[in-house]
Design a protein around this ligand. Structure first.
Ligand code: AKB
Length: 315
């Protein structure tokens, strides 16, 4: 990876990934693209406004900067996709095909994330295997499974060096997620610092995989730099840091803010999505094929999140 283009660069993952990639590969070697105009720290390096559903724009920008790697992050998340399934298909699938076509035409290395959302209610719920039944019941899940297959297809059919992971819920204090089902966990940390109380839209006892953003960024870089000879799966590696339900987050927060309280007002739409997802993934394939390892467990992440949010709010 020498010259990288990131789509969705202003989103929850992109806004941190761009900074990390620029530190590693040089500020001028990472082009941040998004449908919105970049400002602040992201705008200090090369930036372009791109609508990923416009194949030509994507191709022209990749060509202009002589890109050799694309990290395609632009997508609608699960809850937003359920609100507007047709738009989700247009952005998530239309954008992905355009990105893969650019990768094929310009011979780019390619990363795109899948998600725990690629599984469905008939998937084994605990220690979900790498290769298993995938019959998701959400539009986001349909997009993610199709995306995994499409990325595999571009590798086997055209030799495009496609790679990817199935992300769990990602937790970060830098940029808020938007329109996801796992977003409740991020909201809980902010509300704990601001008001010492949070009302969860996800029900007690609902386990989902989670990960702190630094581990997610390291996973992307490690996978992209991995020796291709060791990759049996290439796309859609299960990765996870820990599995947690709302009460687990509350207990971890209470170690720092003892009078924190958690209440519930369950949103049936997002709860139905969460109920269709696994409780916990098995990430053995990622560990064996490219050495994936998460550094942050729930307690370590909680200390860091609370400290960073306090600083951010007090500023
Ligand atoms: C979402 O909740 O939609 C995402 C995901 C798990 O893919 N965070």
């Amino acid at each position: 990876m020498k010259k990288i283009l990131v789509t969705g660069a202003l989103g929850q993952i992109g806004s941190e990934l761009v900074i990390k990639l620029r530190e590693r590969y040089g500020i001028n070697n990472v082009v941040a693209t998004d449908i919105r105009k970049a400002e602040g720290i992201i705008a200090e390096g090369p930036c372009e406004v791109i609508d990923v559903t416009d194949a030509n724009q994507l191709y022209e920008v990749a060509k202009k900067y002589q890109i050799d790697t694309m990290m395609h992050l632009a997508a609608l998340l699960s809850a937003k996709a359920e609100e507007n399934p047709k738009l989700a298909w247009h952005i998530n699938m239309g954008g992905l095909v355009n990105a893969l076509e650019t990768a094929r035409e310009l011979n780019l290395q390619f990363f795109t994330p899948s998600s725990i959302g690629a599984f469905g209610p008939t998937t084994p719920k605990d220690k979900t295997p790498q290769d298993t039944l995938q019959r998701p019941t959400t539009m986001y899940g349909v997009n993610k499974v199709a995306g995994e297959l499409l990325a595999d297809y571009y590798y086997t059919r055209f030799g495009v060096d496609t790679r990817g992971v199935r992300f769990p819920g990602l937790i970060s204090y830098v940029t808020l997620p938007g329109g996801g089902t796992t977003d409740y966990a991020v909201e809980m940390y902010y509300e704990a610092v601001k008001n010492k109380t949070y009302t969860s839209y996800i029900a007690e006892g609902t386990y989902m995989d989670m990960m702190y953003m630094p581990d997610a960024l390291n996973a992307i870089i490690q996978l992209m730099e991995a020796n291709p000879a060791n990759l049996k799966h290439r796309n859609a590696f299960n990765i996870t840091a820990f599995s947690a339900e709302p009460e687990d987050f509350a207990s971890a927060i209470k170690k720092h803010i003892p009078d924190f309280t958690l209440e519930y007002q369950v949103d049936p739409v997002r709860q139905k999505i969460a109920d269709s997802w696994p409780n916990s993934l098995d990430s053995t394939a990622a560990m064996e094929e490219w050495g994936f390892k998460a550094e942050y467990d729930l307690d370590k992440m909680t200390s860091n999140m609370l400290e960073k949010i306090k600083i951010k709010i007090e500023r």
